[in-house]
Every structure is written in structure tokens, then in C-alpha cells.
Design a protein around this ligand. Structure first.
Ligand code: ADP
Ligand code: MG
Length: 315
């Protein structure tokens, strides 16, 4: 069985969302211990991860240091965080495997994802990133061509395009490593967004791909049997936060689409996870699971979390 495991921000920061290096390493140790447990059971695992807090930190450095070293574009931040997180995940995973006496090699692929140059996100950016700034500081960055929005009390915040990932450019490299038996970390942060010129040249663009939608595409690309979206809640929940909240167990993809249409899943958090899980199953995946790190093993054996299965066929 092949599993695509998508790790959320909480798998790379501490419970309060702090992302000091030691917090990130400690969180990676916990997540990779669970992955080593799966590998020990002969489950094949391909790993992807979010990078929101890490890119946020890089953006702050860019802003503060802009007068001394040139700021780097958002796609560079994506590449940098793929490399750094891949590095710490490999270290953690190899240590966990060694404790179990399991021999597997690991690799990280700096992964580009193709997006359409005419994606509507580029004309109407919607994805908020980085920290809030006072109007005067935001004005300087707006002069540099960035889009910032007035978010009221908290201040101004940068918004960028969040384009649809169309194709994982580096899929052949990922696939070759998987076929060679490597445990691969790939497409972190949803992939580095690139657009293609008429002559075929690829260029990075200042955008952020949704990590979960990138995970669904990667899962499909490597022909995973199961997509596991690891986050900080054990289930997707109906009427989340209300007294009559109801955690979802096994649901068909049509049922889950129906719940999503009723507005049960917040757009910046659970919404894209639900969408990613549905997409994967609609495109032929056997099962998608949304759960927390503590339930990864159960998620893979089919006994935990919110499990999304295909609609029954026939009638
Ligand atoms: P990650 O950082 O792991 O990618 P997010 O923080 O983006 O995850 O999304 C997970 C969060 O989604 C949960 O911590 C929860 O607060 C929130 N959430 C919003 N709506 C729901 C819902 N209907 N069911 C469960 N969690 C929800
Ligand atoms: Mg989170």
C-alpha cells in the first residue's frame, strides 16, 4: 500500500505555533516517528508538508533586512523552506528508522508545480500571508508592487495569488526515487508555483499554492492508494465549535461535498483539506483520511479520522 502523507503546520511547529528551530525539529521527530512505524509495517510513504509559518518568518527577515540584502521573491522562499524542512524531516525520519532497525533511504525533491499564467488569482489575489503591518509600512511595500489589504484593527496584510496547481513539474524525479525505494519528501508548501512561457521556459511566480490541493495532486501523480491529511484535529466536524458539533467518521465523497456546500468547513483551514480529500477520491483514489498526527497509523489501517470513500457504484 502506498500512502501520501500531508503534514500540516502543526507537524512542524509546537502546540502554540512557535517555529524556533528546536520547535520544528521536535515536531518533526514526533511526526517521523509515526512514519517510521508505518514503514516498519511495509507501508510505502511519500511525504509532503505545509510551510506557512516558515515562509512567514522568511518574509519578516526580508522586510527587516531589505536595506542591507535584497529581498527574495516568494517562490524563492518556497524553495528555501522545501529544502530546510526536507532536511529536518530526513534527519528525524532516519533517526526513527534507526531506532527500529529499519533500513530505508530518504530524499527530498525541490518540487515545482505548474500554474496557469492567467489563473484568476493573479488578477484578484486572495491568500493572506505574513504578518500584519501598520498602514505606513504597508505603503512602502505597496510601492514595491505588492498587494496589501486593510484588515481593520490588526493592521494591513499582504495578499497573494493562490493559483490552482495543474501539474507537478518534478513528478518524474519523485516517481524515480519512489520506484528506487526512497522515502521521498516532495512538493512542500503545495509546490513552488511556476508558469510556462510560450517557448516552454518556466518561471517562478509570487504566489502560494494551497498545500492540501498540492498534496491531492501529488497523491494522484504517484498513484497513492490513500491520501492522509495530518493536521491538529482528529476529524472534520459538522457544526464545528457549536454545542451539537458532530465529528465525521466514514463519509462518501458526495456526502462530504454536500456538507462542504452547506458551509461546515472554514475556507482558510478545513475547507481546502475537505476539497483535497474529495478531489483525490473523485479522481480514482481509494480513500482519503483527515486526522491528527496521533491517529496516522489508524488512518492508514482505515480505522480512524474522517474517512472519505468513493460513492457506491451502480444503483
Ligand atoms: P494545518 O496547519 O494542519 O494545515 P489548519 O490550521 O489550516 O491546518 O486547519 C486545521 C484547523 O481547521 C483546525 O485546527 C480547526 O481549528 C479548523 N477547522 C475549521 N473548520 C473545521 C471543521 N469543520 N472541522 C474541524 N476543524 C475545523
Ligand atoms: Mg494550523
Amino acid at each position: 500500500m502506498r500512502v501520501l502523507l500531508a503534514l500540516g503546520g502543526n507537524a512542524m511547529t509546537n502546540a502554540e505555533g512557535r517555529a524556533r528551530p528546536e520547535d520544528q525539529i521536535a515536531a518533526a521527530d514526533v511526526a517521523m516517528d509515526a512514519v517510521a512505524g508505518l514503514l516498519e509495517r511495509d507501508v510505502e510513504v511519500v511525504i509532503t508538508h505545509g510551510n506557512g509559518p516558515q515562509v512567514g518568518n522568511l518574509l519578516v527577515k526580508n522586510e527587516i533586512a531589505a536595506a542591507v540584502v535584497p529581498p527574495v521573491p516568494l517562490d524563492w522562499c518556497g524553495a528555501q523552506t522545501q529544502a530546510t524542512l526536507g532536511f529536518i524531516l530526513m534527519n528525524s525520519l532516519e533517526a526513527a528508522l534507526a531506532r527500529r532497525g529499519v533500513e530505508r533511504r530518504t530524499a527530498t525533491v525541490v518540487t515545482r508545480a505548474l500554474v496557469a499564467a492567467n489563473d484568476e488569482g493573479f488578477t484578484r489575489p486572495t491568500k493572506p500571508i505574513g504578518r500584519f503591518l501598520p498602514a505606513a509600512e504597508a505603503a512602502v511595500l505597496i510601492e514595491h508592487g505588492e498587494t496589501w489589504e486593510d484588515r481593520g484593527e490588526k493592521g494591513w496584510r499582504r495578499v497573494v495569488a493562490s493559483p490552482e496547481p495543474l501539474r507537478i513539474v518534478d513528478a518524474p524525479a519523485v516517481q524515480a526515487l519512489v520506484d528506487a525505494g526512497f522515502v521521498v519528501v516532495a512538493n512542500g508548501g503545495g509546490g513552488i508555483p511556476v508558469i510556462q512561457d510560450l517557448d516552454g521556459t518556466l518561471h517562478g511566480v509570487e504566489a502560494v499554492i494551497d498545500k492540501d490541493l498540492g498534496a491531492a495532486l501529488l497523491a494522484q501523480t504517484v498513484a497513492a492508494d490513500v491520501l492522509v491529511i495530518g493536521t491538529d484535529v482528529p476529524h472534520a466536524v459538522l457544526r464545528y465549535g457549536a454545542p451539537d458539533a458532530e465529528p465525521l467518521g466514514t463519509v462518501t465523497v458526495s456526502q462530504l461535498r454536500g456538507f462542504a456546500a452547506e458551509g461546515h468547513f472554514a475556507s482558510g483551514s478545513m475547507g481546502p483539506k475537505v476539497d483535497a480529500a474529495c478531489r483525490f477520491v473523485e479522481r480514482g483514489g481509494a480513500r482519503a483520511v483527515i486526522t491528527d498526527l496521533a491517529h496516522i497509523t489508524q488512518a492508514v489501517t482505515g480505522d480512524g479520522g474522517t474517512v472519505v470513500v468513493p460513492d457506491p457504484t451502480g444503483g
